[in-house]
Ligand binder design. Structure first.
Ligand code: PAF
Length: 287
């Protein structure tokens, strides 16, 4: 596996592989890899001639400096994991190398927010999705034509990257299911920061989503009614709820859509012991 700590050299590597006829699969990450990331790489490996990953903790997408500071980092372990799951190249860079035209952080060009940047994450974490958009545009520019793999846990991010890819033209987005541990907790690099009681509390997120799903399966189609159920379940647990929302995934809206819906996704965000967690579920698709 090649490790390339420079975006321009990584772009040259990708260009050279494509010149030789290789189809590239790409998994963007912020490191602190877990089974969710493994699943993206394992999906890419058989679907492409080569798989590359990036590891870059993007300061632009952190609305809170303490959160950026505490974000887990372990490059040596991450490289080992990626080599074992069949990755061919890993690249990283610095903010300056991704934005060579900017002389300082303040000069990094502002993005024109895409429509997926409305509501929920945009309200809870102002500037977060714009920061994701800014770096993903550069990451896609670095890798070029590829299939890019994203986990469904960051649902609003998947909508955003599809819009970025559409503007880019030759990137195909592959959205992969959320990987959960045996208890149902969605895999996240932030889970490392949960102690055992916080881990127990965190299970209320998936339980609220399952309650929403049961309500949908029982015939409820009014998103506002399902939101009330989820908020009740989460507030009862005592965790610090940020949102419990239902959206039409094909017609994203900042606010709760008027029902009845034909298709729905429930999304939750909460802080548990100072750790922010998100999760979501397509309603009516579980067996
Ligand atoms: O999902 C992530 O890990 C990040 O948001 C991404 C897509 C790598 C951009 O920094």
């Amino acid at each position: 596996m090649d490790f390339i700590p420079d975006p321009q050299a990584a772009a040259d590597w990708c260009h050279e592989q494509r010149r030789k006829g290789g189809q590239i699969g790409y998994v963007p990450t912020m490191g602190a890899l877990h089974a969710g990331h493994d699943s993206l790489v394992k999906r890419s490996v058989p679907e492409n001639d080569l798989t590359c990953c990036s590891i870059f903790v993007n300061p632009l997408q952190f609305d809170n400096p303490a959160d950026l500071e505490k974000y887990p980092r372990d490059l040596t372990r991450d490289l080992d994991v990626l080599e074992h799951v069949g990755c061919d190249m890993v690249f990283t860079g610095t903010l300056a190398s991704f934005f060579p035209e900017a002389e300082s952080l303040d000069d990094i060009p502002q993005v024109d927010p895409l429509p997926a940047i409305a509501g929920l994450e945009a309200v809870s974490r102002p500037g977060h999705l714009e920061g994701v958009q800014a770096i993903v545009e550069r990451l896609f520019h670095t890798v070029g034509k590829c299939r890019a793999y994203f986990g469904e846990k960051d649902f609003q991010q998947t909508l955003l990257v599809k819009q970025i890819a559409a503007a880019h033209g030759d990137i195909t987005i592959v959205v992969c299911p959320t990987v959960r541990d045996a208890s149902g907790l969605a895999m996240s690099s932030r889970n490392q920061r949960l102690d055992s009681s916080a881990r127990q509390l965190a299970l209320h997120l998936v339980q609220a989503l399952r309650a929403a799903d049961r309500q949908w399966q029982a015939g409820e189609r009014n998103p506002a009614a399902i939101e009330v159920t989820m908020a009740r379940e989460l507030r009862r647990s005592g965790i610090q709820l940020e949102y419990a929302a239902v959206r039409d995934p094909d017609h994203w809206t900042a606010d709760t859509p008027r029902g009845p819906l034909q298709k729905a996704r429930a999304l939750v965000a909460a802080r548990i012991g100072g750790v922010r967690l998100i999760d979501n579920m397509a309603l009516g698709e579980s067996s």
